[in-house]
Design a protein around this ligand. Structure first.
Ligand code: FAD
Length: 318
């Protein structure tokens, strides 16, 4: 079922969803199930599975030369989605990227998803590969998520890349896209970021999931600006609890989001990571409860492969 139908079926009640990431290559799929199982009691209608593109790994050889290897550390997005739908009868939402894909590879990826009975995709540009400063697309790939959304929407109308296949069997994906309450790190202003977000919707995206934020005011203001800019689709808040002290540096660096002073000071004063985990849970519960009161359709949690703190939060909120 499509995420938009799940939203409608909620009849205004906030529902629970979460995102997982594929395990590192070499690990067993059971590590995924072990994290999903404890969260099923909160009845997630769908589970997102992230996509991780290749990275460059550099190794110094004996003769002083540098060997550059291309490695994908977390493959398996499509397989995990199929396994989730098969095992739990819960919809899986695979993330699909512009980065690393030609348009033809995108089309073939979407055909695989359709054959597996997957109804939803989250369309993203992806970041620059580590060791590169700027994002670059494949020669015949998409530069921006709005163009990827267009391709998916065209395929939904039966428009394949090959002219000979025009108006044959259409796909029927519900497309979600990313939004940034604190603006995307490369956007010159939040207005321009919202302008391009609107383009993703115009090109066929049906809902937005936000980047994590730790101050609900940022989300509320973002929604206000989106609505003022003519974006009417559901805007699902994405939440992540702080779990360890190192998150204080890692999260702002990696995701370009601010942490409120009062949260930072509580974490700084915490005596160990056990205490930090409790602070992160309490903070996330407060955020969640306020967002539920505001009537958000879903609370979408970034589990980062660890479900125990998400379970504690959900049991206090749902
Ligand atoms: P875009 O919408 O293409 O925007 C990128 C930048 O370009 C923005 O600054 C925007 O303002 C600007 N822009 C957009 N369109 C245009 C245009 N036509 N002309 C000029 N400028 C434009 N990354 C992964 O690698 N794997 C994942 O699974 C993944 N999941 C994510 C899930 C969520 C909910 C979020 C919020 C992010 C996720 N990311 C993931 C990270 C995401 O790939 C990065 O944030 C990336 O840098 C931007 O992706 P986007 O789809 O928002 O890009």
């Amino acid at each position: 079922m499509k995420v938009t139908e799940h939203i409608k079926n909620g009849n205004g009640k906030t529902q629970f969803s979460f995102e997982i990431l594929p395990p590192l290559k070499g690990e067993n799929i059971h590590s995924i199930f072990e994290n999903i199982d404890p969260l099923l009691e909160f009845k997630p209608p769908y589970i997102n599975v992230t996509y991780h593109r290749e990275e460059y790994v550099f190794k110094e050889l004996k003769d002083g030369l540098i060997e550059k290897k291309v490695v994908r550390k977390r493959p398996g997005t499509v397989g995990i989605c199929a396994a989730i739908q098969n095992r739990y009868q819960v919809d899986a939402v695979p993330h699909i990227l512009c980065g690393g894909f030609t348009k033809e590879e995108t089309e073939n990826f979407l055909i695989d998803l359709q054959f597996l009975g997957i109804d939803n995709v989250m369309a993203l540009r992806g970041d620059a590969v580590k060791s590169e400063t700027y994002f670059t697309s494949e020669k015949n790939g998409h530069k921006y998520a709005c163009d990827l959304v267009s391709q998916i929407n065209a395929l939904n109308k039966g428009k394949y890349l090959d002219d000979a296949l025009q108006h044959t069997f259409p796909t029927d994906f519900c497309v979600g896209v990313a939004g940034y309450p604190e603006k995307h790190m490369e956007a010159p202003s939040s207005e321009s970021d919202i302008h391009f977000l609107k383009k993703k919707i115009k090109n066929g995206a049906e809902y937005i999931v936000t980047q994590m934020f730790f101050d609900n005011e940022k989300y509320f203001k973002f929604v206000e600006k989106c609505r003022a800019g003519g974006i009417t689709v559901p805007i699902v808040p994405g939440l992540k609890p702080i779990a360890v002290k190192s998150h204080l540096n890692l999260i702002p660096h990696r995701f370009k989001v601010d942490l409120p002073d009062s949260l930072v000071m509580e974490v700084v004063k915490a005596k160990d990571n056990k205490a930090v985990r409790e602070i992160g849970i309490d903070w996330c519960v407060q955020q969640s409860q306020e967002l539920v009161k505001a009537g958000v359709p879903f609370l979408h949690y970034y589990s980062m492969g660890k479900s125990s703190n998400i379970k504690e939060i959900a049991s206090r909120v749902f």
